[in-house]
Structures are given as C-alpha cells and as structure tokens.
Design a protein around this ligand. Sequence first.
Ligand SMILES: [Zn+2]
Length: 421
Amino acid sequence: MSYLLKNATMPNGSKADLAIHDSHFVAVSSLPKDHQVIDLAGKQVLPGLVDLHTHLREPGFEESETVATGSLSAVRGGFTAISAMANTSPVADTAGVVEQVYRLGQAAGLCDVFPIGAVTEGLNGQTLSEIGAMADSAARVRVFSDDGKCVFDPLIMRRALEYVKKFDGVIAQHAQEPTLTQDAQMNEGAMSAQLGLKGWPAVAEEAIIARDVLLAEHTKSRLHICHLTTAGGVEIIRWAKARGIQVTAEVTPHHLLLTDDYAKNYDPIFKVNPPLRLESDVLALRAGLADGTIDIVATDHAPHSSESKDCEWSVASFGMVGLETALSIVIKTMVETGAMNYEAVAQRLSIAPARIARYENHGQVLEVGSVANLTVVDTAAKWVVDRDLMSTRSKNTPFHGFELPGVVTHTFFSGKLVFGG
Ligand SMILES: [Zn+2]
C-alpha cells in the first residue's frame, strides 16, 4: 500500500507532505499512481512512539492481557514498538521464552514487541539468568530487568552490568530497597499516616538509584532507572549525568499527573508500584523531563483483572494500564503547561527510548529512506477516557472519566496503517 499524507505538521512545527511506499518513506515523486491520499491539515505527526516498559502478561496471565491485545492497545495509543517485561509465567529468563514472546508479537503484526530479559533466574535476585543466550536469540534482547522486583544484591547487579557490556546491553532497574518497603502500601507521608496504611519512603527508591549509578560508573556500563518518582531521585540522576555516568531514566505518565492525595478514598485504582508521591515530586519530575535529566516517558502499562483491583486496598494488586492514555497525559502535563514542545515529545517518547534499547527501525527522523513508523495526533481534539472502550483486556485505568487532550488518529507501523483512517 502507498500513502500520500498531505499538510502534516512535523515535530519541529514545519508543514510537509509525507509519502509512504511499502515499508518506507519515499519521495512524493516516486509514489505509484494508485496511492491513497490522507489530508492531515491541522494534525501533528510524530515518529512512532516507543515504550520501554510494558507488561503484556503472556505467557501465564492471559486473562489480564495478551501480546495481541497489548499490541492493539499500543497502536491505539500511537506506539509502534513496545517492550515486554519479563515478569510473566514462566519468567522470560531463557532464550526460549523471549523468542516465544517475540514471535507472538510478530504474529499479532501490529507493532514491534521486543522482549526484555530477566536479570536473574525466575526473578529470584540470586542467580544470573541466561543473559548471553537471550542476547544471541532471535529476539536479540538488549534490555534486561527484574522489574516488579529490585535487583537488590549489589554483587549480582555488578555482574549483570559487566555482562551486558559485551553486546551493548543495558540493565533496567526497578529501584526499591526491599527491607525499607516491606508490606508498604503507598507513599510514606501525611496521607499514609492519615489513612493508616504502611508507608513507602522516598529514600527506599533513592538509596538504590544512588548505589546503582555508582556501580554503573565503576563498571563503565549502561544503567537505566525505571519509573523515577521522587525529587531526590531526579537530583541523583542529574548529579550522575554531570559526572559522565552512563545512566538514563524514565518517568511514567501517572507520576507526571497524580499525587498520593488520590489514595484518600482507599480506591485501589490508585495503588501502584512505585507509589504516587507528592506535588513537589510531580513538579520535580516534570522539570527533570523538560530539561532532559529524565530521558524518556515509559508507560509501565500494568494490566490487572477486575478481581485483583476491585477489592480492599491492602490486598489489591499494584499497577495501572497506560498505553492508550500516555500521549494525552504528556500533552496535558508537559505541552499544555509550556514545559515541552512536540520536538521534545518526539525525543522523550520515541527517539530516546529507541536509542536506549537499540531499536534500530524506531525513533528515526521522518525523512525519505526511514522506516515508516508514524503516529498522527489531533492535538486540538479532546476525549473522555472510558475504560470500557479501551483495547487493553484490563480496565484498571486511573483516568476513567478524565477529559484529556490529544486524539491519536492514525498509526503506521512499517508502512502499514495499523490503526485509524
Ligand atoms: Zn517496576
């Protein structure tokens, strides 16, 4: 199929016509005669969004999400590449499991699904998994994470950082000091005291970030910090980058908007790991994302069945779905506030995550010769989030009923129109 996309607003604000033939952007003059014309007047285009942190739940928890339903949710949200976290059942800690997930992604055919490999066997925190075999597999894994659990043992963390250097990999750390957060339910502060829920102090996150940036410096390896949530964490990353340490960091959309005040009615839809923090943290995260201290936005899309969310706070699962609302939350918190323009949005949601994970066909400049991974957004349009209309198999969005800016109208993956039109 061939497309001529007319009058698109490019990330830098200029206007352009874009031509797609087969899987690539081509010169308008070289389009075959039978191409389809789509008028994008007034619409913003972005390189296809790339998520570095997606829980797809397959294999093992298909009642919450599958690779196929997660892929559909992704392209509705404008993503053309997602990264399947390893905490499935079985855990993605062998070449066999990562190849299975990779092939399920190819079979769904809507976007690239890149598996993340577990750092330790069965996420046990004690024995390194088959990191080399996963890197050499058909899935060519470059990102390794025990996400959901912290790689707590500093010797294991050091060895993992050393190991992935061989093939330019990166360790993505879920920074949560386990003894400081035992049985913790939400951010530790005035709200947790008022609600009588066990608190989760900021220092439990920051202590691991501080340790690991020093380990990354010592090993001269690449470290990525998942879902940063505290002002202090932003300061540590800023310090580490100034020292030349190879560290990158992500923030989730929900941590850019929500605070622990939302927990006040004990509604577990707001229960998430790491927890919602304070207004001062939200502002520090926005400032860090705007100035590039925080490299990317990643969804931490975490689908859960209604049974595990429609219950008492203390027994509910941690996590929120996020693929279909991520871009709108970024527009609301970063663009509409004047903190970022669309060139920066393209950086933080596509170019930088593709670079960190070495996803070669993603995060490219929208020009002749590039693979046609493209998201089209009507930035002037608003929509009301309705959990029952979403494509994810789970309903656990904290944004149900929110009116948000920015409607994704088309997603092209490798030249194919996979959503909209
Ligand atoms: Zn995590």
